[in-house]
Write a protein that binds this ligand. Structure first.
Ligand code: FMN
Length: 402
């Protein structure tokens, strides 16, 4: 099944292009989604309208289309997919791919992609057997490009031999195979991540909060998903786009966050990246508190919030194999992180300095220290997304050795 999988289908100019309409239907039937790029020659064989009607998505044809480029740039288009499929692949497009030529939207996307590429060639038997085509195929294979077909049989041009595009059902089977091979190291694992601040109500309009933006936790969720995990993101109130493919559970308070987390156990990895408020108002007012005009101020009696990291790390029946905490400190960062690691009973603390002058809270970059029971590793300043990728890769490695 292809549930949740995204295929970028490039249709180049060949008679077999009509078979791709069936391929699109089959992918969609299996729960996948298909974004299509049609080459100029491809448009002569199938229309953007019939492709869009079947895929249910906008069809892309032009590299220099400003509207398309602002909607989804050609680089993003090439990377948003889990797999790029070129079907039918003309002799021409394979020649351009083999030589790194990026002369239209299709070949630019093919050169820019970081995803596996599967090619289904289709052409006249002489074109297929030509030394130039065979040279290009060797080059593409050595570049890691995957192939399905071509089959042998009667050709549209009346000749017989190899060159017929594989049937859509066969291409679909290879798509399924390629995607399972492309599975990441966290395939089949579940990762629970908390992110953002919590809001602790004072009355219906006021609350206690903190400056956490949720960016690091959201980046971690995306990175875990990219490595193949099922990701549950328990998120405090933030203003961020939802990460792709991730199950998001929005919460307000620390108590809500704890309940949501406990309901999701067991999981393989829990990462507590949220900046949970330490205290809440003991009895929030039911109505908006009014200024009395006497100069008296309300007496906000505070209570300690539940400790989510400690609760998960010490769970009697469903402790995740790896429990990771974040420590935002303004002084003695490493010492406090080491202390926190012991007192919470978790496996790793990701510590960062959020003191004045640092742009960590709300910023796009982070400088972290990975504090384990054995070592402290100082990572250089880098974008939060990169911290997330490196950290998830490290956790995937540690999980494997557990
Ligand atoms: C009727 C017709 C059928 C064609 N069928 C094929 C084909 O099956 N395979 C192929 O490689 N080229 C075929 N071509 C030639 C390609 O369309 C041509 O090489 C074109 O430049 C490919 O452009 P593209 O790779 O950007 O799609 C055909 C051309 C015509 C006019």
């Amino acid at each position: 099944m292809l549930t949740g999988k995204k295929i970028l289908l490039i249709i180049s100019g060949g008679i077999a292009a009509y078979k791709c309409l069936e391929l699109i239907r089959l992918i969609k039937k299996q729960g996948g989604s298909v974004q299509v790029i049609l080459t100029k020659a491809g448009e002569k064989f199938v229309t953007p309208l019939s492709v869009a009607s079947l895929s249910g998505e906008k069809v892309f044809t032009d590299l220099f289309n400003l509207t398309d480029e602002t909607e989804i740039g050609h680089i993003e288009l090439s990377r948003a997919a889990d797999l790029v499929v070129v079907a039918p692949a003309s002799a021409d497009i394979m020649a351009r791919m083999a030589n790194g030529i990026a002369s239209d939207l299709a070949t630019t996307a093919l050169l820019a992609t970081d995803k596996p590429v599967l090619v289904a060639p289709a052409m006249n038997v002489r074109m297929w057997e030509h030394a130039a085509t065979q040279r290009n195929i060797e080059t593409l294979k050595s570049d890691g490009i995957l192939f399905v077909g071509p089959d042998e049989g009667d050709m549209a041009c009346g000749e017989f031999g190899p060159g017929r595009m594989s049937e859509p059902a066969e291409i679909l089977a290879v798509i399924n195979e390629s995607l399972s091979e492309a599975a990441g190291p966290l395939d089949g694992k579940t990762v629970l991540i908390t992110a953002g601040p919590t809001h602790e109500p004072i009355d219906p309009v006021r609350y206690i909060a903190n400056r956490s933006s949720g960016k690091q936790g959201y980046a971690l969720a995306q990175a875990a998903y990219d490595l193949g995990a099922r990701v549950i993101l328990v998120s405090g109130p933030v203003n961020l786009p939802l990460p792709e493919g991730v199950e998001v559970l929005p919460v307000e308070t620390a108590s809500d966050m704890l309940s949501a987390c406990l309901e999701e156990l067991p999981v393989d990895i829990a990462i507590c990246a949220a900046a949970v408020a330490d205290w809440r108002v003991e009895t929030p007012a039911n109505e908006k508190m009014k200024k009395q005009g006497t100069g008296d101020v309300p007496d906000l009696s505070l209570r300690q919030n539940p400790d989510i990291l400690h609760t998960i790390a010490n769970h009697q029946t469903a402790r995740p194999k790896l429990v990771i905490g974040f420590a935002a400190e303004t002084q003695d960062v490493i010492e406090n992180a080491q202390q926190k690691l012991k007192s919470k009973g978790c496996d790793l603390i990701v510590a960062n300095n959020v003191g004045s002058g640092s742009d960590v809270m709300g910023g796009a970059k982070n400088t972290v220290h990975i504090v384990s029971h054995e070592t402290v590793k100082d990572w250089p300043e880098m974008p939060k997304r990169q911290v997330a990728n490196q950290l998830m890769a490290l956790l995937a490695e540690q999980l494997e050795s557990k």
